[in-house]
Design a protein around this ligand. Sequence first.
Ligand code: ATP
Ligand code: MG
Length: 1040
Amino acid sequence: MEASLTARDRVGIQDFVLLDAYTSESAFLDNLRKRFHENLIYTYIGTLLVSVNPYKELDIYSKKQMDTYMGVNFFELPPHIYALADNVFRSMQSEFNNHFILISGESGAGKTEASKKILQFYAVSCPSTKLLNNVRDRLLLSNPVLEAFGNAKTLKNDNSSRFGKYMDIQFDHQGGAVGGHILSYLLEKSRVVHQNHGERNFHIFYQLVEGGEEDLLRWLGLQRNCQHYRYLVQGDCAKVSSINDKSDWKTVQKALSVIEFGDSDIEHLFGIIASVLHLGNIKFEADVRGYASLNNNQEMHWVSKLLGIPTQVLQQGLTHRKIEAKTEEVFSPFSVDHAVYARDALAKAIYGRTFNWLVNKINESLVNKDSSRKTVIGLLDIYGFEVFNVNSFEQFCINYCNEKLQQLFIQLTLKSEQEEYEMEGIEWEPVPFFNNKIICDLVEEKHRGIISLLDEECLRPGEATDLTFLEKMEEKISGHPHFVTHKLADQKTRKTLERGDFRLLHYAGEVTYCVVGFLDKNNDLLYKNGKEVMRQSKNAIIKHCFPSTEPDSKRRPETVVTQFKSSLVSLTEILMSKEPWYVRCIKPNEAKQPGRFDDVLVRHQMKYLGLMEHLRVRRAGFAYRRKYELFLQRYKPLCPETWPNWKGTAAEGVQCLIKHLGYKPNEYKMGRTKIFIRHPRTLFATEDAFQVCKHKLATSIQAKYKGYRAKGDYLKQREAATKIETCWRGLLARKEREKRAWAVKVIQKFIKGFMTRNQPVCVDNSEYLAYVRQNYLTRLRDNLPKTVVEKDSWLTPPPIMQEVSQLLKKLYIRHMVRKYVRGITPQRKAQLLLKAQTSAMFKGKKENYPFSVCRPFMDTRIGAGDISIKVLQMIRHEHIKYSVPVVKYDRNGFRPRLRQLIFTQEAAYLVEDAKIKQRIDYISLKGVSVSNLSDNFLILHVTCDDIKQKGDLVLQCDYLFEALTKLSLIGNQQNSIKVVQGSVRFDIQPGREGIVDFKSGQESMVYRAKNGHLMVVRIYKNQVQMMLPVIWDDVAAKYE
Ligand SMILES: Nc1ncnc2c1ncn2[C@@H]1O[C@H](COP(=O)(O)OP(=O)(O)OP(=O)(O)O)[C@@H](O)[C@H]1O
Ligand SMILES: [Mg+2]
């Protein structure tokens, strides 16, 4: 609609009903012209479509365009023939009734093109199946065939339809095109034998001569040159630039095969077309008596061959007339003129009847044999109103036909429009319009009408001529306002009329008819033996067209015009039973040129097509009306009460809606089934509001829909998740149950096993015992003692594993011991031996012994570099085994002095720097005393014979146990080391004793007691133990 709104704003109004100056012809014309120059050839007057021939190809008939218009509301897109076609189709579908589209306009206005566009639209838009496609193709291809045989170039139109065509398209209830039927009206047969200057015969003749294959032409006896044929050259324009006969021939060939024309049909058909051309070339000569004769006429032979009629019979038929006397039949020879007349009559008859056969044949291929109910859309493309310089019987019939259709149009639209107001109960002033009934009556009224008078003249005995017919008309209908002849006219008009002319004032304008030929053409008589000759034909089509059952001329057949009149009556009946739609075609100029818009010409057509009247009636009351349901359906979003659904009746809904929109009382009227809106602007405002609202709506509908979809998806997913969950839970539960059942069994077995564990192995306890065994072994594996020392932490075995456990323990301890022993290095072994020695000496005897256990012994405590060289030189020969720093307490006064104690192979030395203070041979070492406490004092008792000799040594050594162990080994003094309690006596010098008292106290100290003893106080044992960790750490650090 946006597109249409811009179009509406940009180039005129797309619906004349919305034109404000609707009574102005100029405004109407302006709008049409404006749009035409923008290539907008379609404009509506309500549902009527006005189409202006663009005389050029427009890019508006593509498949894309068709898709755009499919299923869209009439007023939602710019006007188009597709919109009309689609609307008709959808109305037919929804109302399940029959419709027809009347396409009218003068010759060359674009009726046939419009009907083709509609047909193409249905071919594309209707549902298709293989079967339906077949019908669709035949419907589409019937057009080029009928156009080839029924259209011709005229002065007005290079592809002028020279017959009327009404085509029914049948649809099944699903909208598929399932069949069709064509009715043809009054082919202009005279064109076969005569064409005015600038006109051509029917296209098929030229197509055959120009496009026919060589073989075919040879077989038909034709030459590829239209100039050879008298019937093709009278108009002197066999070749026209706008027509491509060669390619059209190919199209027709293809179409014929699709419409199921067999080879023999095609052969016979073109045999007839060729024989008409040959007939036209037959020349008669006058014999001595002045009668027509045919001497060895080549053309005659071809006709005879192609129609399968013996030459003599044909020759007789063309040169003689059969007269029936009372008892016998007599052949009377023709004059040359008569013979020519009879020949032309034969050619016309052959062509005319073949054309009817062709239509029937197409109908056979379109027939739908299914008896279920169909709906129908009829397309009426009938020759347009024609005015030539010389107008004859054909123009009379054509224009009469147009009068009848205008009458139908008036009845169905102008009258019905006014009736609609009445029906809907709307008050309004009737609008006068020109009713052409008066002209229809002038032509067709019984006894008085022109047709009756013509028939009368044709049928009456005696010498009736075209002029007597004219006189009769002058006599009977003189004074009629729409009829005038030379005789009846006033002075001024008479000048424009010939004596043999009569003029009718048609609704579309004046047409002057030349009366010459009226009687002949109306009689359309073939001489009796002409028909008889044809009946002998071997050509199947001719045989079919001239059946032997045809009544002979004893009873005269109906005249052409009467036949035409009855066919129009039945056409009117057909149309009246259907819903009408109109396409009014307008020709913009006479020159067939694109872009030229001839105001006078168009204004004239506007007038006679009744467009202004139609618009006036449409607008007189109300510019716009719409069924309540449809109006509500479209605009209900504009009112909260009516959106999204109105619960009450549609009329109430519309009332509520327009109240909400604020329509003023004089702007609208409520009919019985429709709302009528007076001014276009009211509708525009509503439509514009709808456009604004539409976007919001679309968004909210979109959101709702997306929400709905998402919700749907979510619910689906949730359902799926629940299902999966349920299955999974079920599976887990089943597993759990199995597990529990298994567990129960196991526990039962376990309990039973436990209860019978002490019995001999049996079924009940075998597993339990195995379990116990395994369990014990596993636990044992994880809890094995890490060292031999921890062997008492051996896991207590269950009764059945007692024996095994014992064995295992033994084995394991052995294994550990072996591992340990293997891991001991020689150095470590030596160390351990020393330690074992120390242990033997002090274990359980001296309080601070345990702290020494973990302190590794060293080879020596003073490096060789720290012993004075002098000392070294002195004792070199004795080989130093061990040395250690000590504190020596003076014998007198017990002052502590730092000294080095060195053990050699021979003796122990007390060294002060470079001085050997005392040498004690091991032999002279009486013993060594240490206290049992945690001090590190040692007293070396020396044998002392000489007074000058130094006495016992009171030493304090940090490495007491190491030093003593070394001493015991080096000096072999194991037994001389004594652990004593309390005090130790020692010899200061021979004969002079000293005493060292050892005791425990709160604080370690060494001092000379008042009694002259050396008092060594060591902290209590338990305090030492408390200090153990500290000492241990200290020890560990040193060890590392
Ligand atoms: N919609 C169109 N687009 C392009 N060209 C068109 C259109 N309508 C008509 N024409 C041109 O105008 C010519 C005449 O149109 P058409 O044969 O439909 O006229 P008509 O009304 O059927 O005339 P007649 O009464 O003589 O049969 C076409 O051959 C074509 O060249
Ligand atoms: Mg046409």
